[in-house]
Design a protein around this ligand. Sequence first.
Ligand code: FES
Length: 587
Amino acid sequence: MSSSDDKKNSHSINPAASQEGISKGLANYGDRGFSLFLRKAFIKGAGFTDTALERPVIGITNTGSAYNPCHGNAPQLIEAVKRGVMLAGGLPMDFPTISIHESFSQPNSMFLRNLMSMDTEELLRAQPMDAVVLIGGCDKTVPAQLMGAASAGLPAVQLITGSMLTGSHRSERVGACTDCRRYWGKFRAEEIDAEEIAEVNKQLVASVGTCSVMGTASTMACIAEALGMTVPGGASPPAVTADRMRIAEQSGTLAVEIARKRLTIDKVLTEKAFENAMRVLLAIGGSTNGIVHLTAIAGRMGFEMDLKALDRMGRETPVLLDLKPSGQHYMEDFHHAGGMATLLRELKPLLHLDAMTVTGRTLGEEIEAAGPGFKQDVVKTAKNPIYPQGGIAVLQGNLAPGGAIIKQSAANPKLMEHEGRAVVFENLEDMANRIDSPDLDVTVDDILVLKHIGPKGAAMPEAGYMPIPKKLAVAGCKDIVRISDGRMSGTAFGTIVLHVTPESAIGGPLAYVQNGDRIRLSVEKRELSLLVSDAELARRQAEKPAVVPTAQRGYRKLFLQSVTQADKGADFDFLMPPMTGVVPKVK
Ligand code: FES
């Protein structure tokens, strides 16, 4: 050690000298001086000098995992973030957190979202850092990180891993996961054979990165930027591009700046920011999951979601983004069209332009800084939208007293005003056993009802996109009205009512629907009604009261005890602070 380092060392083991950087949040030995002395001894074991340890510390969440190809570029991103941090005079410290991938999470990824948010929150709080760069991408990771960071209260920058590239199958451009579902539907309908489905399986995910359509991952990327939580332009660059790496470097640099300015997350995640994010969710034809996640993130800041107000907002917010599943393009096309700047510019009259962002400038200033835009055909104009209203409508009625939602922009216009006979499946297993049976009594005019896939019923799997019964699919049926208390992938399409609240597992009216009951769906009137009398429903309820699921041990026990309904974001009740406001405030 040099003599100058010696001098710094004797000074810097005095914990009173600083409550920032490496001296923050000391392990409790009852002697702060000793705690810092010990911490420094250990970190020096990794070869750090006192000079390095005196810099602002920037945590970087490493969510790279062999089980998560959507985060397959995490090592390169971390390298770029570190470069940005060091260029700005900070000390980067990456650390692992839980990583969740949709296809590698049993029973489903939603079961783990709150666990990841707790892991992220506690590690942000426990470890010394002045700001954090959150690297997330796959569906549940960005919500979990924003929920955790909102609760931890540090300055934070969200870095998105970025979308995958599109592939090509027999000259047709394909990408996960809208095309996964489309091709699987063709296979089920016996329009393509086993050889072709195996062939397309190799093309749907053409590189590492998140799903290439406006699924939940892309939705949350756009929402994160609309909230002001990313570097401007941070939502759209694909995972494997130089643009994505530059965004990563800038995220590192920005993290040092916000650490110095103490621009904590509560200054960014304001009511105005959440309203902006809701506008964007509606205008991009975003995933229905975005509502649950945004509700949960807002809840962590003490803001309750007003679903009726969100619906009113939807009526005056057109869908502008021409991306699958509502439109035709992919995320990389959105990036080439200018990304979020192009969309935000078009949405300007509907946004709170004075909302603060992580750059320390307002959203309006960032839109101005992005320049005038250019001719492109991915983001439409407000005068010529993809769909005249917001992508998501909120339904109410005696079947869903606490609300339900439908992605109207991805639904069949012919089925949005529909009355039909209920064909009921009691749970996922029942559906799996009978949906393809030639004996299933079902016609294209019926309404499929699936129970027990709500938060407590089954941790809200994306099973609301029920398959078309095989005998109807083979006969050419492409859509049928489906209703459940579960979720569906943002990449799916169809006339599908989701998030029915309260859920059937806790005795919501959905639990008492029987085969042959009539159900009325009117998206125009925002109505979801079970045409059965209150007296008959009460009789059914008395005859078979709900048995709420419980578990004996572990995380599952915690989950079932604490998970809230979809209208509260399916967060854990003990993680939510007292509510102090309501969003959106649209009249
Ligand atoms: Fe990860 Fe779609 S599975 S984003």
